[in-house]
Ligand binder design. Sequence first.
Ligand code: AMP
Ligand code: GLY
Length: 419
Amino acid sequence: MYKVLILGSGGREHALAWKINQSPLCDELFIAPGNAGTELMGRNVTIDILDFAAVKELVNQHQIDYMIVGPEAPLVNGIYDYFHDHSVKVIGPSKIAAQLEGSKSFANKFMKDFNIPTAKSVDITKENIEEGYDLIDKQKGNIVLKADGLAAGKGVLILEDKAEAKRQLKAMLEGKFGAASQTVVIEEFLDGIEFSVFVATDGKDYKVLPMAKDYKRRGEGDKGLNTGGMGAISPVPFVDKKLMRKVHEDIIEPTIEGLKIMEYDYKGIIFIGLIKVKNKPYVIEYNCRLGDPETEVILPRMKSDLMELFVAMHDGTIKAQKVKKKKKTAATVMLVSGGYPEAYTKGKEIVIDSSIENSLIFHAGTKKETNKITTNGGRVIAVTSFGKNHKKAVKKSLKSINKIHFDGMQYRKDIGFDL
Ligand code: AMP
Ligand code: GLY
């Protein structure tokens, strides 16, 4: 029996807490800082999760055995290495391996070294900006500019106009995304349909979790600004056995092989963002953690014990694990604050009718006040349902959403529209 700490405060962390709470291996669950939903699954503790000394104090105080890191920032900042000699076991990659998410340039080099299909790319800094301009002139079609470092999901620009691309390249190198865009990666544009796979690894072997597809744009029909994610479905209907075999052979296996050869310590989840171009999968990005809102559909579809999988990562026995999946489709629809992803107000009272029974309600930006729950972020609640297909699952979520209310509440009714 283990004492478990989950770091984070989103819908992903509520879904993680919900799943871990069901495990016979977990006897006490803490979430830092958590939200109004995680509070029902375990004990919320308010700390700054980027303050590793504060995390250590919490870990020592409660003799935590396993620490599951939800978001990327603590991992990229090296939380795994910080606790390396400590008795707590961190679920996630080491600092160097977290660079697969923390630096696009690092990830591209890794993929080149291990023959993993991805877009062709060149790194540009202030020193070789002229080379960047030349490249832009030579590109046919869309131009992809990526800030090398973490930029809260905003660091990728896809531009049609060459003059605009050159202006943006200059602005990025001059600090548009702070230090994250001191290096800009110019990539070949890949035209296809995206999906994501989630790989649990102990650094030597791996197991694949349910796949997912998320919907990042704020508006219906994938229009409008990029968000953290407005909804997701799992599984993804166009990903058949043949395509999945290619994902295993061309992408997952060489990725794990690469980790081994480079001796990168990785005991966590690799989230691989993929794009299917003419029936061939290419990597769009690596993330070193679970996705949000993907987790809100992946974990409900997992029949097997997630905690057992996490324990196996540190025991080096992932190979012997079995990941059992529900056949049904899960869909999640995210309820967001009015104005999101631009400015929005927090503190609106949330009313959830207790008669909702056909959906799972995962809290994201919510906060418990004395006798009410209020909004505390842009993404507020993820509503997950099951169905024979994604249309039926989304329909169920929409029905449940009719029983949830807060001022300014908005959501997309068309999750899965393109499938
Ligand atoms: P990322 O932050 O790397 O996930 O990029 C954000 C989004 O930009 C992705 O989900 C894709 O929709 C798009 N994108 C990134 N790289 C490319 C590329 N090389 N070609 C086409 N689209 C891309
Ligand atoms: N939904 C995309 C992410 O978590 O990065």
